[in-house]
Write a protein that binds this ligand. Structure first.
Ligand code: C5P
Length: 236
């Protein structure tokens, strides 16, 4: 597989075309940003963890018949993916109150969310990813009602696969963000699933093992990413 032109460089990843039209390479960087890029830094080894962890979780979802853009792992930091036309919606699933949900509702962090909820945000850096509802999705023509119904259903199915799997690794899946896209007429999960896009707490101690350590200056950021990867890689 030949790496060709850079088509996108985001906060944490670079996407390249390849010699095959429908396939791209995602390169995972160590760069980290938070609060809409107001805070910037480097988390050493993060790109490797996020690439490897995303691959493992995409494979698991594939086995549960959930379509993802993942094709194969090319190297420590590179993943071969199907090229997607990304839908400009950030879909968030929540099992436990944290982050912006705690702020918006006043509920204490750690309160269980039963049943899990799905939230939609407009994927827009200049606007700071505002929360939107189904009517806004229709108004902005981000997705058809049928596509949105599929996205909501699939987000909950993904949660139903990942939450028990991570629980077996003594990780509580608090919440996570998903991005979907179209490959032709087919919808599939894109982007990544990593400690950058999930909140993961130690199931026993509730210690934060994700990007909140960076956002909140808690220290031990690299160690937390490595610990998550160590648990996932142990006994696969
Ligand atoms: O900040 P908030 O509580 O809304 O985040 C919910 C979840 O979505 C967290 O796991 C966070 O890491 C993830 N997220 C993300 N990218 C964003 C916003 C949130 O990965 N732009």
């Amino acid at each position: 597989m030949e790496k060709r032109d850079k088509i996108y460089e985001g906060k944490a990843k670079i996407v390249y075309t390849t010699d095959k039209a429908g396939l791209v390479i995602q390169y995972f960087k160590d760069d980290a940003t938070a609060f809409n890029a107001l805070k910037r830094g480097t988390i050493l080894g993060k790109g490797v963890v996020n690439n490897r962890m995303s691959a493992m979780l995409f494979e698991r979802l594939g086995r549960a018949r959930i379509p993802t853009h993942f094709v194969s792992t090319l190297s420590d930091r590179e993943m071969l993916c199907r090229r997607l036309d990304i839908i400009k919606i950030e879909t968030i699933v929540r099992n436990v109150v944290a982050g912006s949900l705690a702020k918006r509702t006043g509920l204490p962090e750690g309160t269980p969310v039963r049943p899990p909820i799905v939230e939609l945000y407009l994927k827009s850096d200049p606007l700071g990813d505002p929360m939107i509802n189904d009517d806004h999705v229709r108004m902005l023509k981000l997705a058809t009602p049928k596509e949105l119904a599929w996205i909501r259903r699939t987000a909950l199915r993904i949660n139903a696969v990942l939450r028990p799997y991570l629980a077996r690794k003594a990780l509580l899946l608090v919440d996570f963000k998903l991005e979907f896209g179209r490959a032709g007429s087919k919808l599939m999960l894109g982007n990544e699933i990593s400690p950058d896009t999930c909140r993961l707490w130690d199931a026993e101690t509730r210690e934060k093992l994700d990007k909140d350590r960076f956002r909140q200056d808690l220290g031990g950021v690299e160690e937390a990413y490595q610990e998550v990867y160590r648990r996932l890689a142990a006994g696969k």
